[in-house]
Design a protein around this ligand. Sequence first.
Ligand code: NAD
Length: 460
Amino acid sequence: MQTIATTPIRDVITAQRQFFATGKTKDIAFRLTQLHNLYQAIKNREDAIYAALKADLNKPNVEAYYEIVVTRDIKAAIKNLKSWTKPQKLPIPLEQFPAQALRVPEPLGVVLIVGAWNYPFNLIIAPLIGAIAAGNCAVIKPSELSPHTSRLIAEIIGETFPPHYITVVEGGIDMSQQLLAEKFDYIFFTGSPRVGKIVMEAAAKHLTPVTLELGGKSPCIVTEDVNIEVAAKRIVWGKFVNAGQTCIAPDYLLVQQGVKAQLLAAIKAAIIEFYGNEPANSPDYGRIINHSHWQRLTGLLDGGEIIVGGQINPDERYLSPTVMDNVSLEAAVMQEEIFGPILPVMGYGELSEAIDQINRLPKPLALYIFSHNPNHQEQILQQTSSGTVCINDTLVHFITSNLPFGGVGNSGMGSCHGKASFDTFSHYKSILKRSFLFDVDLRYPPYRDKLSWLKRLLGG
Ligand code: NAD
């Protein structure tokens, strides 16, 4: 196994630049082989991935599988790579004839991928697929807060690729800052808006383009006409999977007053059905990543009336699935992304009140609408802005590979998944190929009375 733990960062990047300059990564056959290799490496280490995610987050295997199923994206990239890399022919204006206008994707060079800890495997491998497919070299920095998964990613990558092509640099904030001081050709960052700003500032020094996959408070609106039981199950699943530590977890609920009591009862029933009366004993319920996040979350519990859960155990970093009613908009729980198993619920009368509340906060990463009424759906879609929307379900739009995933405003910029990942790591070079036929001299000086002819020809 090759690792670069002791190699200075700059040497790693220089080695990758030299390898990129050989042009080898541009070869489509080379890229396909690397995608196959990555696929096989993940398949070979599947059990170890379950174990690492269990050690870092107490993730049940079913939930870990949502991360591993990123292999589907590798298969899709392999299947579509030829069509993705094909030059796109574009129409040309009459006066350019005969000519060809083309858009040709080319790799960017050496890219940096920095990950977060909550889906630590997926959040590294998903962008890496795009980086490989597009023909780049990559330096990867997984989150230090999920150390088992970080180590395993370093092993898998070290066993599969030479470090002058793809390599993992493990470490925390210091390492991240060392990397950010270097010049990359692209930075793909997943994490908080706070650190996103640091990344963008560092990237600006080198004019390096970025994708920022950030977070925020993703609202969930429930109107009065839905199937309450199904809505409750989908909300409870989306909120409490991974103990609420999901960037697109429904952060808070806005429920039409008339169905609020019924929905709360159904949510309570769904929590018991999923995790039992003692979620602490459920093999299917996760734990908070570390003590400081656990402390931050328990500090949010006084923002309203706890109607479900609220049980804590610092030794296990446990916080039970918790639902809060009568939450004040000024409470801390409504000021920051919760990123844990606490669900504040607020009632609304008119739909416009719920929309106003959403628009009071920065643009979210995801917006959930539970409603049968197409007019209500449309009103919300028209009057709000969010990175993504999922209607009548939660989270599953993330694993709908053909749907680009990303934020807007405070929740990020750029997108990934499927072809969007390939596009992210490509530069589309515009090429106009002209011929030597017909050298119309209208454009050449001396201009004399050519303007009127030029106007007729170009027709602007
Ligand atoms: P974070 O921003 O604290 O850390 C992310 C990465 O940045 C880590 O690798 C970390 O080492 C590095 N980092 C941390 N502080 C840094 C600094 N000062 N300078 C340079 N690098 C630094 O985020 P996190 O706690 O790992 O993840 C939680 C956040 O990520 C939440 O806001 C969540 O919504 C968001 N998130 C977004 C997505 C998405 O796809 N949009 C996915 C998962 C998580």
